[in-house]
Ligand binder design. Sequence first.
Ligand SMILES: [Zn+2]
Length: 366
Amino acid sequence: MSFSDFHGNTETVRRLRDMLGRNRFPHAVILSGTRGSGKYTLALMLAQALNCLARAETDGLPDFCGECANCRRIAQSADFEARLAEAVEAREGLREADKKDTRLFVQTHPDVLIIPPDPPQNMIKVDQVRRVIETIYYRPSDGRERVYIFTDSAFMKEAANSLLKVLEEPPEFATIFLLSENPGELLPTIRSRAMIFPLGALPAEDVDRYLAKQRPEWKAQQRALVARLSEGAVGRARSFDVEAYVAARADALAILNSALLGGDHSQLFKVTESYRPGAEGREKTEQLLHTLYSLLHDLMFLKSGAEDLVRNTDIQSQLAKMAEAVDFEWIAIASDRLAEVERGMRRNLLQSLSLDAFGLGLEKAG
Ligand SMILES: [Zn+2]
């Protein structure tokens, strides 16, 4: 591994490496970007570069070797979901009294601490920041730099205030990374003490090229579809469940077609019947709603003559036929009703009932 394994946002990566090379790396860095844009991957790469025992240069800029003891131990945190699941499981195994006082961390290197949002509220808690304060003023033991990576920017109030105190007087040998989908939710006083580096969306063609390497088993058509649906985030593209999406889309098309054709409702009921209440059904229904939105967007693009924006490119001719059968008002009504179904789901209404109502209601509107 090296920085050349990071896809896209080359100018941002170059600037960060340049600061590393000039020993001017900031004490607090906000990496902002959508889910899957590479914030965590990049923070971990920088943690390696800050601590690599055999730091080399590539393209005239500092790089990490990926081989030395520090690089390897930090890289063990690369599969964040797996490490987090282990930490959650370890806590579950504790006695009830200890569970309450145990906060979640991911740590595979003594000088690199990863701080995830703590469930069930999924926010950074004051006890987690306290752990940062307890360790940050000690010199690193195995590396050159203590690194702290907050994987989310949702802080409890007290936690944010504690972090602010650290940022006011950070030690020479520590770097704090704040990963954020929305830096606006951080305290302005925290933002002003950190340098913000946005990770932008990649063009669909770049994501497609990336997938050709990472997902060689996918057909070109699947790659093109995922490249468009992942909205320029390679992490999202890499882990995209294309089969689940296509299955949900078949159901979404059946619901929309039933509304457009009218008459016999057996097809509609057959589809909606398979959406059950409960945790598992909820996820499936959310996927369906998400897919319905994506189809309605595509119908809108087709009606507006913006074919190049269509995301479900593999069924474009089918969508073009549907687009001819509907008008803008129908699409607007469908979007409103879909929002109603979503609200109903939040209040735990029976899902198949509200999906039926959605399909039948659109028929009358058509
Ligand atoms: Zn190394």
